[in-house]
Ligand binder design. Structure first.
Ligand SMILES: Nc1ncnc2c1ncn2[C@@H]1O[C@H](COP(=O)(O)OP(=O)(O)O)[C@@H](O)[C@H]1O
Ligand SMILES: [Mg+2]
Length: 272
């Protein structure tokens, strides 16, 4: 299948093409439900978790994998569980963070079985937009305790509570994330301006070419344009399929809206 592209649109690799030449082998190749997984109640009754069971698992075949789907489709549940299965803190941070402000994470992470590639990541990190404030507080607390080089130096040196939400995200991408790292991100665009999202797009691409792997749940039509990324769209029945950039729902809906905002607003208000 050849890549589908419209005039003037971002070129994105077609669905059946091999990974880009020179792409490093991914760290996380596959994730599936293990024998300890339950069957009833949250998270096991979510359509996407049922689909995980029925399909035998989710494969990661590119350095950058995006998960897209409506609110409530289970993206956060899935990426949080992947982070936990990788030994990361459910509220975010690196493998060295162990804090919990709420015992709210699902048991799914403990029930997942991850297939790792031969390479080992140089660092790992889980960015969860909604609880990054707590990560910033934890860095402050650990640095007050002392006992080692300041952790904040790895984030550019300015305490993250003294940065705007978006600036602190950019610090993370620029200073903390590096080549050969494994990064699981939940809606990183939440704090970013359009320019910030474009800067993150460029940084993700740069790091992916330098051996990093990203798994990113997002609604951002900007971020989704990272070249050579795999976009997996979760449908209403919980199953997912690979889509090209131009067919991804956030891109189709945003493009349609921006082509004629007045008409779309009128239709939305009529429906209400
Ligand atoms: N702790 C929880 N207990 C019960 N249901 C939950 C819990 N957390 C999330 N859910 C439900 O699981 C569904 C998927 O949530 P989530 O993974 O956050 O979706 P997304 O990130 O795709 O918007 C939602 O319908 C939500 O209400
Ligand atoms: Mg979410």
């Amino acid at each position: 299948m050849s890549p589908r592209r419209g005039p003037g649109r971002t070129r994105v690799r077609g669905l059946d093409e091999a990974p880009p030449p020179g792409a490093a082998e991914v760290f996380v190749q596959h994730v599936r439900l293990g024998p300890d997984a339950g069957t009833d109640g949250y998270p096991y009754d979510l359509p996407v978790v049922r689909a995980l069971r029925a399909s035998g698992g989710l494969a990661f075949d590119r350095p950058v994998t995006f998960l897209v789907g409506h609110n409530g489709s289970g993206k956060s549940t899935l990426v949080e569980a992947l982070a936990v299965a990788l030994g990361l803190n459910a509220e975010g941070g690196s493998q060295n963070f162990r804090f919990a402000t709420a015992d709210a994470h699902s048991p799914l992470g403990e029930a997942l079985v991850v297939r790792h590639g031969r390479r080992k990541p140089r660092s790992r990190y889980f960015l969860r937009a909604e609880s990054f404030f707590n990560v910033a507080s934890e860095i402050d607390r650990l640095d007050r305790e002392g006992g080692g080089p300041p952790i904040i130096d790895g984030y550019g040196g300015v305490p993250l509570h003294e940065r705007s939400h978006g600036e602190s995200f950019l610090d993370l991408f620029v200073h903390r994330f590096g080549p050969d790292g494994l990064y699981v991100l939940d809606e990183p665009e939440a704090a970013l301006s359009p320019q910030g999202a474009m800067a993150v797009l460029a940084r993700v691409h740069e790091l992916a070419r330098a051996g990093a792997q990203f798994v990113i749940a997002t609604h951002s039509p900007i971020l989704l344009a990272v070249p050579d990324a795999r976009i997996l769209e979760i449908g209403d029945d919980g199953s997912w399929h690979a889509v090209a950039y131009d067919e991804a729902m956030p891109v189709v809906l945003t493009r349609g809206f921006l082509a004629d905002p007045a008409r779309h607003v009128a239709e939305l208000l009529e429906d209400g």
